[in-house]
Design a protein around this ligand. Structure first.
Ligand code: MN
Length: 223
């Protein structure tokens, strides 16, 4: 069975993984393996076929050489874990699927930077935290998928996604290309060799086969 590693998050003193990721991967035919800050990566990673970097708090801006102006819920242990897992996965040529913070920290790991707070940084009529406020995981804002991208094989040119983020990619890392944008220019998906990452939360939209399809495609790429 395909085994996908997921670095944990820390909430209220507990190491956790959100059930939605585990269930979406299970529906795609893969088992999930929780990776802890104490885990021996050199022992675990070679037993895995892919890595999913999930959502979470903001990345400490020191990792992209900026002062903290608007970043929140920083956790140095989680940053260290995610960065170590991403670099180890790249070394081992394991496919990476990044979601929300996962997209952001993959971009940082590869040398990119982040907009620390979208509403303070750009003029936009879109609310990228609309799903946080509405609690409607199937509603958010439209995106445009770049034609010719790998994502374009999975999603139509124009589709609505949820939106739970206040940060986004500023400088795109070398090795990544944009696969989708919102109307205001915010990058909503990127891809690279063995990498696909999305800014929204498809694991909360798996009742739509198109969004479950992102997990199915990822697991297929891990075979
Ligand atoms: Mn958004």
């Amino acid at each position: 069975m395909i085994r996908i590693g997921i670095p944990c998050r820390t909430i209220d003193g507990r190491y956790v993984v959100n059930r939605d990721y585990v269930q979406a991967l299970a529906k795609a035919g893969a088992d999930s393996v929780l990776i802890l800050p104490t885990s021996d990566l050199s022992a675990i990673l070679p037993t895995l076929q892919g890595i999913l970097i999930p959502g979470g708090g903001d990345v400490d801006p020191t990792h992209y050489e900026e002062a903290n102006t608007m970043s929140d819920y920083l956790d140095s242990e989680t940053d260290r874990l995610d960065l170590a897992v991403i670099h180890a996965a790249l070394d081992l040529k394991l496919p990476l699927f990044g979601i929300c913070r996962g997209l952001q920290i993959i971009n940082v790991a590869l040398g990119g930077s982040l907009i620390q707070d979208i509403p303070s940084a750009i003029q936009t009529t879109l609310d990228h935290q609309v799903s946080v406020k509405s609690h409607l995981a199937m509603k958010g804002h439209g995106i445009h998928v770049v034609s010719g991208s790998r994502l374009a094989n999975l999603l139509p040119e124009s589709i609505e996604v949820n939106s739970y983020h206040h940060q986004a990619i500023k400088k795109l890392a070398d090795g990544l290309s944009v696969s989708a944008k919102a109307d205001d220019g915010i990058i909503e998906a990127v891809e690279g060799t063995r990498i696909l990452a999305v800014q929204w939360h498809p694991e909360r939209m798996t009742s739509d086969p198109l969004f479950q399809g992102l997990f199915d495609d990822f697991v297929k790429r891990c075979l």
